[in-house]
Design a binder for this molecule. Structure first.
Ligand code: F6R
Length: 590
């Protein structure tokens, strides 16, 4: 999974590509590269993040007003200059950038090798450039036709851009990987997502599966690869603005996005009443409901299952999207599947959605990204309204998912108005949780914990789901091993791991105070250091993070200090909280 960008227009391409790549860096950051077209194809690429790359190899020197760029998150082939994109054909007459996986690359490669093509990388993507070269030689109808013939042979997923030494155009194609076109005043910009385009335009066209777009300096023409014909695509205006995608006064996007939550939780429940009503009807008539998601979105689903049970008396099955195939045989046309994904492009979630559709089940999409694949593939859409989330970690989008699911649970119980006013009353509580004094307390706690090798988290019910999310936040950004357990499970094995000074966070609510407290006692008796996250202090706590008691909304209230703590642990360990190693914002591989 990677970020791709392209520009064709009146301006020099390089400054636009560099800015675009910087905006897309959160999608992948192990290597970076660009190609521009002058009287030849100029390429520059290397290993490392973009700021380093600008210094180490002269990306800024590339000339021309047609260009493509790529920021990589390695899938096929190690992180190396040879494997960085763009890739070219044997004659360097074609350059391509690609996000996705070409499943039949081995087969194509063997055929092309037999015809004398020489490959210089281990990537699946390089075959695309050679395949275009081959088609150009076989049938001299020009670059555009050669690209289309080549694309028809690709299996797998792709968002790709191709340029030619001999023609002034960019040919783009998409299948199962995101690609959006920005129609800017000075030209056409291609990007893996809209937030990277906002500097130049809010007028965009979302490419659909099997679309090919050919942009020359004056216009963009669309074709369907499936039907081999010219098609038209309408443009949309994006509601997000460039300011939302900037860090502003904040040191990191993570901090900015944590601070935005007082507002984003309120925006999440601003939904079209008629859509909510339709979703409720679907829930009522469904015979079997699934919530599916990955990572933080899965934790929102888990929280949702407790809330649906507790508030609405409705049973839902919660499944990690990548495990959903094991439950496929339960799906019928009466099953309802809630697919929860911030990006709307997570391959595991889309795979689950497609399985559901094959069985005739209905799908409710909960996502933050309006032009995403999930929006197109769901029957109903609930948008999270969080604005762009740039940090690789989910923070504000996680709490928005919680709010939306809470709204549905309350609405099912006929308590929608009560839910809206409860959420509005959280505004001040959330402001306090991100206040300077809370932040200072958590900074101090990070100072105590940042050299620990292991951290454990316990909770019951909603607090168990919160513990899981808190553990994910800490491990992914600080690289400290952090594990969450259902409080009752501690004594069934994990208690053996508790030693003198082992930190254990106990997430406690008034609903489960006594039981969780006694689990905390078990830890304390083995010398563990107990950190309580609750509305009241207790002698069992060595350290206490004070949060208000908000019952069904505790998952939001207790997650926010944990996000800040995770941030502070990363900073203390001199890590970049916005771009943790080995991770990317949008996981478009299975
Ligand atoms: C964690 C995180 C990931 C995502 C997961 C699913 O902070 O961001 O675990 O939650 O990759 O992503 P979406 O929600 O885009 O499907």
């Amino acid at each position: 999974m990677c970020g791709i960008i392209g520009y064709i227009g009146r301006e020099e391409a390089t400054p636009i590509l560099l800015k675009g790549l910087k905006n897309l860096e959160y999608r992948g950051y192990d290597s970076v590269g660009m190609a521009t077209k002058s009287d030849r194809i100029n390429i520059c690429k290397g290993v490392g993040k973009i700021d380093r790359a600008i210094i180490d190899f002269d990306l800024t020197a590339l000339k021309g007003n047609i260009g493509i760029g790529h920021t990589r998150w390695a899938t096929h082939g190690v992180v190396s200059v040879a494997n960085a994109h763009p890739h070219t054909d044997c004659k360097k007459s074609v350059a391509i950038v690609h996000n996705g996986i070409i499943e039949n690359h081995q087969e194509i490669k063997e055929k092309l090798k037999a015809k004398g093509h020489i490959f210089s990388s281990d990537t699946d993507s390089e075959v695309i450039a050679h395949l275009i070269e081959e088609k150009l030689e076989q049938d001299r109808r020009g670059f555009e036709k050669a690209c289309m013939e080549a694309f028809k042979e690709l299996h797998g997923s792709y968002a790709l851009l191709a340029i030619s030494r001999d023609e002034n155009r960019i040919v783009a194609a998409r299948k199962d990987s995101p690609l959006v076109i920005g129609l800017a005043e000075s030209g056409t910009i291609f990007s893996s997502d809209v937030s990277a385009l906002l500097e130049w335009t809010r007028k965009v066209v979302y490419l659909q599966n099997y679309d090919v777009a050919v942009a020359c300096k004056k216009e963009v023409v669309f074709h369907s690869l499936m039907h081999d014909e010219q098609i038209s695509r309408e443009s949309d205006t994006v509601e997000w603005n460039a300011e939302q995608a900037r860090k502003g006064k904040f040191e990191h996007f993570m901090l900015k996005e944590i601070a935005e939550q007082a507002e984003t939780i309120c925006r999440a429940i601003q939904q079209d009443d008629t859509v909510v009503e339709r979703v409720l009807e679907e829930v009522k008539k469904a015979k079997g409901i699934f919530f599916v998601g990955c990572g933080s979105s899965y934790h929102a689903c888990l929280t949702g299952s407790y809330l649906f049970s507790k508030v609405a008396g409705v049973h839902v099955n919660v499944v990690v999207a990548s495990e959903f195939e094991n439950y496929e045989h339960f799906l019928t046309c009466d099953t309802l599947v809630f697919a929860v994904s911030q990006s709307g492009e997570t391959a595991d979630v889309l795979d689950a959605v497609r399985a559901a559709r094959r069985r005739g089940s209905r799908v409710i999409a909960i996502t933050n990204v309006i032009g995403s694949s999930l929006v197109r593939e769901g029957d109903e859409l609930l948008l999270m309204n969080s604005g762009p989330e740039i940090c690789v970690l989910s923070t504000k989008t996680y709490t928005s998912q919680l709010m939306l699911i809470s709204l549905l649970a309350y609405a099912l119980a006929g308590r929608k108005e009560e839910c809206s006013s409860l959420i509005k009353s959280l505004f001040l509580e959330v402001c306090n949780l991100t206040s300077k004094s809370m932040h200072e307390d958590l900074k101090m706690l990070a100072g105590l914990l940042y050299q620990k090798e292991h951290i454990y988290m316990i909770g019951r019910g909603l607090q168990f789901a919160t513990a899981r999310e808190a553990a994910l936040k800490i491990k992914e950004v600080s690289y400290i091993h952090t594990e969450a357990l259902a409080g009752g499970e501690l004594k069934h094995g994990p208690l053996a791991l508790i030693e003198e000074g082992t930190p254990v966070f106990a997430f406690v609510s008034e609903d489960n105070w006594d039981k969780t407290r006694s689990n905390a006692e078990e830890v304390r008796a083995r010398g563990g250091m107990v950190i309580g996250v609750s509305a009241r202090d207790d002698e069992v706590f060595d350290y206490w993070i004070r949060v208000p008691e908000c019952r069904d909304f505790n998952p939001v209230i207790q997650a926010i200090p944990m996000q800040l703590l995770a941030y502070e642990l990363a900073v203390k360990r001199e890590l970049d909280p916005d771009k943790p190693r080995n991770l990317a914002k949008c996981v478009t591989v299975l």
